[in-house]
Write a protein that binds this ligand. Structure first.
Ligand SMILES: Cc1cc2nc3c(=O)[nH]c(=O)nc-3n(C[C@H](O)[C@H](O)[C@H](O)COP(=O)(O)O)c2cc1C
Length: 363
């Protein structure tokens, strides 16, 4: 039977995600690139990097910590100090100058951290004092075991929620278009959600209704501060990265998505995984009523097919944006995508960061 050709045009049409009016359906997925400067501030290099990629309908920045305690990896940028905010303002200006949109991904690493990557007086905190059985890279000692975190008291959880609220306000004050809550990959929000990392006996632990509370409170705090239609949520139900495990992700995330659907968020950003026993996109289709950005190992064709099938409202690409700053034009013009230098993904400086060229015009 002859195959129906995929409608690629949809990728290049505008789409609205809450208050975010994207000029096309192609989103740049958040990617940690470990280039922050002194004081964990974004630099001119960040502005150049994101400006080069501004033809995306929306850029989600690399994960950025809302407080010193939120930092886990070396050279991660923060979004809590005036110096960091002036760095983000340069990023916002560079992307807006090119007609793009950019939201900050707010990423609190929680227990996924080494003391060697943090300021001396900054703690490693988590829902419970459960050490991750994993290693982390440090500039001073290479790969090291992750440290054991200290469990947050109930009162301190409210303080962390407030850090997220301030991060959202800071993002807007710096001129960014909104924020995305990083609740995937085994970091703090996922540590609250998951049964192996959340052993709490207060209102943030126990059954699923309690384990989702932290994420809902953070979303409410950020949405209350800057408008829910400028707040996105990123999840990957069922993921076990960073030694995370939930006994019943269908129950936990079903409840989370039911509650989050009521908030009127700009979008849900799903890292799609089909596990042998459950496909997290099926779960999202059942429980999420808002707009959906679909991610993970998409090709231009599979992305267009997902849009055509109604499986997504927008699609995001991560790695393809590293070596293809003009990814949108390349897809539109059918130009072969370039690869990228894996050895330079997390190294400081412009090499492997801002030195990938656009495709020659006229191809
Ligand atoms: C170098 C690198 C850094 C990443 N950093 C983040 C991050 O900070 N926050 C996040 O949510 N996901 C992060 N991811 C995951 C990507 O956003 C994306 O989900 C993943 O690369 C799959 O999409 P792709 O197949 O289009 O690359 C990172 C991925 C890569 C390759």
């Amino acid at each position: 039977m002859p195959q129906t050709p995929i409608d690629m045009d949809r990728l290049f049409e505008p789409v609205e995600l809450g208050a975010l009016k994207l000029r096309n359906h192609i989103v740049m997925s958040p990617m940690t690139r470990s280039r922050a400067g002194s004081g964990d501030a974004p630099t001119d290099l960040h502005a150049e990097y994101y400006g080069q990629r501004a033809s995306a309908g929306l850029i989600v920045t690399e994960g950025s910590q809302p407080s010193p305690a939120g930092k886990g990896y070396c050279r991660m940028p923060g979004i809590y100090s005036p110096e960091q905010m002036s760095g983000w303002r340069k990023v916002a200006d560079a992307v807006h100058r090119e007609g793009g949109l950019v939201v900050a991904q707010i990423m609190h690493c929680g227990r996924i951290a080494s003391r060697l990557n943090k300021d001396d007086d900054s703690e490693i905190v988590a829902p419970s004092a459960v050490r991750a059985n994993a290693k982390i890279f440090t500039d001073t000692a290479g790969l090291v075991d992750i440290d054991e975190p200290r469990a947050l008291s109930t009162e301190e959880v409210s303080d962390v929620v407030d850090e997220y609220r301030r991060a959202a306000l800071n993002a807007r004050e710096a001129g960014l278009d909104g924020v995305e809550l990083h609740a995937s990959s085994g970091y703090l929000p996922m540590q609250f959600l998951s049964s192996n990392t959340n052993l709490r006996t207060d209102r943030y632990g126990g059954g699923a209704a309690n384990r989702i509370r932290f994420v809902i409170e953070v979303l409410e705090a950020m949405g209350g501060a800057i408008g829910f239609d400028r707040v996105g949520l990123r999840i990957c139900p069922g993921l076990d990265y960073n030694d995370i495990h939930d006994a019943d992700p269908a129950e936990t995330y079903g409840l989370l998505l039911d509650e989050a659907s009521r908030l009127g968020l700009a979008y849900l950003h799903l890292v799609h995984r089909a596990f042998p026993d459950f496909d997290n996109l099926d779960l999202v289709k059942t429980h999420w009523t808002g707009k959906l950005i679909l991610n993970n190992e998409l090709t231009p064709e599979s992305a267009a097919a997902a849009l055509a099938a109604g499986d997504a409202d927008a699609v995001s690409f991560g790695r393809a944006f590293i070596g293809n700053p003009d990814l949108v034009a390349r897809i539109r013009n059918g130009i072969e995508l370039a690869g990228y230098d894996r050895s330079r993904v997390y190294t400081p400086g412009p090499e492997g960061y801002t030195d990938y060229p656009n495709a020659p015009t006229g191809q």
